[in-house]
Ligand binder design. Sequence first.
Ligand code: ADP
Ligand code: MG
Length: 262
Amino acid sequence: MAIKGAGRVKTPVLRIDNLVKSFDGSVVLNDISLTIGEGEVVVIIGPSGCGKSTLLRCVNGLEPVDSGEIYLRDARIDGQKKNLHLVRQKIGMVFQSYDLFPHMDVMDNLLLGPMRALGRTKQDATAEAEAALKRVGLSDKAHALPRQLSGGQKQRVAIVRATLMHPDILLLDEITAALDPEMVREVLSVVLDLAKDGMTMAIVTHEMRFAEAVADRILFMDGGSIVEEGKPKAFFASPETARARKFLNTFTYEELREGIPT
Ligand code: ADP
Ligand code: MG
C-alpha cells in the first residue's frame, strides 16, 4: 500500500487501524487510525493526559489494546504474540527519564543491544558506536558512567543507543521535558539531524518551535482522539479547531470577544 504524505508517495512503516484502549473501563484512546511513511516525522502534541504516551506504548507493545490493529511493516504488533520481542527490536523508544544502565559506562550501554540482540561483534559494534558518539559530540564520554553526565548528555546517549539498533521507527516521548533550556537545544539538534538523515519518527513534545521545524506532519490529540492533523506551518499559523487554537494559545477575534471555548 502506498500513502501520500509531504507531497510524495511513501511506503508505510507503521499503520494503526481503529485503535481503542481503556484503563479500568475508561477509554484513553478512542478509535485512533494513523499511518507513518518511510522517513516521515510525525509530531504528536496535545494536553497532558490526552493519551500521547499510551499511544506510543501501545505501538511498542508495552500495553495490551482493547481493539484495533497495529502493524510494523507487515508484522502485527500484539501484546500477546511471541514475535513481540523481534518487533520491539525494530522499534526504538526514548522516554523523558534517561533509562541508561547506571552501573555500565556509556560504551557498554551502547554495545549491549547490538552485541546481544543483533549478534554484532564487539569490534564492529564499537566502531559504529564510536562514530555515533562523535556525531553527537560525546566522543570524550565513552567511558563515563551515566551519573557523570548531564541530563542532556544522557539523553543524547539514549538516542544514540536507540539508533544503533537500526530501528524501523523511533518513538520519542517528551525526551526534553526534564531538561534545562540549554540542554533541550543540544538534544533537539540531534533529533533534527536524525530527521535529515531520513529516520522515521513519532515524536511527542511540548517544544512547539521544534515541532514545527522537525515535523512533516502534526497530529493534535485531545481526549484520546486525533482532533486535528496538518502540515506544521499551516497548523501552527492557523489551527482549524477551536480546541487546537486554545491549546496553542492563539485565538480568533470572535473567540476573544465571546470567551475562549472549552
Ligand atoms: P499523555 O501522555 O498525553 O499525558 P497518557 O497517555 O499518559 O497521557 O495518559 C492518558 C490517560 O490514561 C490519562 O488519563 C492517564 O491518567 C491514564 N493512564 C495512563 N496510564 C495508565 C495506567 N497504567 N493505568 C491507569 N490509567 C492510566
Ligand atoms: Mg505522556
